[in-house]
Design a protein around this ligand. Structure first.
Ligand code: FAD
Ligand code: DLZ
Ligand code: SF4
Length: 515
């Protein structure tokens, strides 16, 4: 018999551990478009189109390389709709005596795979995903026994382990971290390079029609679909980033500008996360740009930190945490997610802009995700699991392993601070400093309370006030609480009343509270 090698939608890498380098005749690769995966949350249309198109391109490449590929399309008759159902059908089509698969990125799928050996009465070998730079075991060994799991410490270990930006045992230019140089706002007149776009070819066009037809009620538009869908295109996108945007990546990393949806961001997460680009290779390319004098250290270090540091750390945290991570709710928040996360219909300019780019591109850059959409959900007290589900739906780069720690741990502080040393809460002042949204906003950012005041201002203080018992011992918030304590009782009440009025408008009475 042969070996069945199921390849999942985010495993589209030619060096995937389950794919043999030689003797391809002994195996059959199984790829499956299945209803369960496309709808376990109602993913943004562009995310489904990206995955299906990338899967079809990858299958064609495997065939060119001599693999026998059994590809199940969504509309194939008898498609059972699930991974397990499709493996079962494949076992009937072929003479198979064992299964080999790379571990899945998400718990839900991992659990299904772990049941196969028993269900099918065949040996099932589950291999570690070698595309990550740090294995799950190595991360857990690092995390074991530590009181705080700070990204910075993990990142330094990874720098030493990989030798990236190292000079022997020391960091190049004698500093680990150039964050201080990377906190500028952006001049509204800045001309940013155009985003590289990849026109839909026949495969992508067919998939786009399929998605429109079968997932028409899902969030988002397909009109501006321009993501790389093959390894070659992703490589082009990487070249474009290194040449045109990496040199300025650092400086405006935290900035936001109206109508500038991409700025100097890499736009590489969709490709890395489904396997079209290898994260370590991406880091090496950036390091080379530094060594060649093409990009400065603060840009390159800032970029490598995101991938070698943040991305690997986030993935480790996902597997380090328990299965109930999804339900963490440190502040006990029960407010429903407001409709404007879907419609964009709000007078808050920063939010309507972030929702617009999310709808149009299945993308928003990091500071929009963290300091606008995430910050609002945090200070307005939205139920974390609802926020997390929203993020999993709307971004083309979202898989539970990366979305969940970013939302539950980083943006919402919903696990009580195992990841972040303080909540990323901010008033309108921060958004005004880092963007040009406030000038065009119906609200006034300089007005603290009352009619027409920026809602972030009162929500910020109200958040700190109502969660005082949970936060006041956090030494990084000591000064903030002193500022609050110095306010008059009258002022404090104005903040509380403003926040209460605004929150009332968010929660129509008929909707009640989340449980
Ligand atoms: P750049 O800003 O140019 O960064 C370069 C690369 O670094 C990215 O491609 C990505 O691979 C990596 N990276 C940077 N920050 C992170 C991070 N915090 N976690 C993991 N990787 C990181 N990223 C996802 O890939 N999927 C998600 O579902 C996701 N959800 C997020 C939710 C919230 C609330 C927040 C605050 C962040 C989230 N991120 C997520 C991280 C980050 O915002 C995106 O990776 C980034 O915006 C992708 O765009 P880019 O490729 O232009 O990234
Ligand atoms: C995200 C996604 C979607 C929308 N559809 C599929 C699919 O039809 N077939 C598939 O193999 N993978 C899909 N994926 C990606 C999977 O959800 C991803 O492989 C798992 O989350 C990994 O645990
Ligand atoms: Fe956002 Fe407030 Fe600025 Fe309006 S004034 S854009 S709501 S921060």
């Amino acid at each position: 018999g042969k070996t069945l090698i199921p390849v999942l939608g985010d495993q589209l890498s030619h060096d995937l551990a389950s794919l043999p380098d030689e003797d391809r005749s002994g195996c059959i690769v199984l790829m499956m478009e299945v209803w369960d995966e496309a709808t376990y949350v109602k993913h943004h249309k562009q995310k489904i189109a990206l995955l299906f198109s990338a899967m079809r391109h990858f299958a064609a490449e495997l065939e060119e390389r001599g693999f026998a590929v059994d590809y199940v399309k969504l509309d194939d008759e008898d498609n059972s709709g699930s991974f397990t159902g499709e493996v079962e059908r494949a076992l009937k089509r072929h003479d198979i005596d064992r299964i080999r698969i790379v571990e899945a990125g998400e718990r839900r799928v991992t659990e299904a795979i772990e049941g196969w050996q028993k269900t099918f009465d065949l040996p099932v070998r589950i291999l570690p995903d070698t595309r990550f730079i740090c294995t799950i075991d190595a991360f857990c060994a690092w995390a074991q026994g530590k009181s705080g799991l700070r990204m910075e410490n993990f990142y330094r270990e990874m720098r030493k382990q990989t030798g990236l930006l190292m000079d022997g045992d020391d960091p190049v230019e004698e500093r680990w971290n150039f964050d201080k140089e990377n906190r500028d706002s952006a001049d509204p007149d800045t001309k940013f390079p155009d985003r590289p776009t990849f026109e839909p070819d026949d495969i992508t066009s067919e998939v786009i029609d399929l998605v429109e037809e079968r997932f028409g009620d899902h969030f988002g538009t397909l009109d501006s679909f321009a993501w790389p869908v093959s390894a070659n295109q992703a490589e082009e996108a990487l070249d474009d980033f290194i040449d045109n945007r990496l040199p300025n990546f650092g400086a405006t990393q935290d900035a936001m500008l109206e109508g500038e949806d991409f700025m100097n961001h890499a736009l590489l997460s969709t490709s890395i996360n489904c396997g079209l680009l290898d994260p370590l290779e991406v880091c090496k390319r950036a390091e080379k740009a530094y060594k060649d004098g093409h990009a400065p250290i603060e840009a390159v270090e800032g970029f490598i930190r995101q991938i070698l540091g943040w991305r690997e750390y986030i993935r480790g945290i996902y597997w380090w945490e328990d299965a109930d991570y999804a339900e963490e709710n440190f502040f006990g928040n029960r407010r429903h997610l407001p409709d404007f996360y879907w419609t964009g219909e709000t007078d808050m300019r920063c939010i309507s802009e972030a929702v617009r780019t999310t709808r149009d591109h299945a993308y928003a850059h990091h500071i929009q995700r963290l300091m606008v959409l995430g910050n609002f959900a945090l200070i307005a007290g939205i139920k974390p699991s609802q926020v997390s589900d929203w993020y999993l739906v709307v971004y083309a780069d979202a898989y539970e392993w990366v979305e969940m720690p970013n939302v539950i741990g980083m943006a919402l502080f919903a696990e009580g601070g195992r990841m972040a040393s303080k909540p990323y809460c901010a008033s309108g002042n921060y958004i005004n400093k880092m963007s040009n949204y406030c000038g065009d906003c119906a609200y006034s950012v300089s007005k603290k309370t009352g009619e027409g005041a920026c809602p972030f201002n009162a929500l910020y203080w109200d958040f700190l006030d109502r969660n005082r018992d949970k936060l006041e011992n956090n030494h990084r918030l000591g000064r903030t609480y002193s500022t609050w304590d110095r306010m008059s009782d009258e002022k404090k009440d104005e903040y509380r009343d403003s926040a209460a009025n605004f929150l009332k408008s968010l929660n129509p009475a008929d909707k009640g509270w989340a449980h």
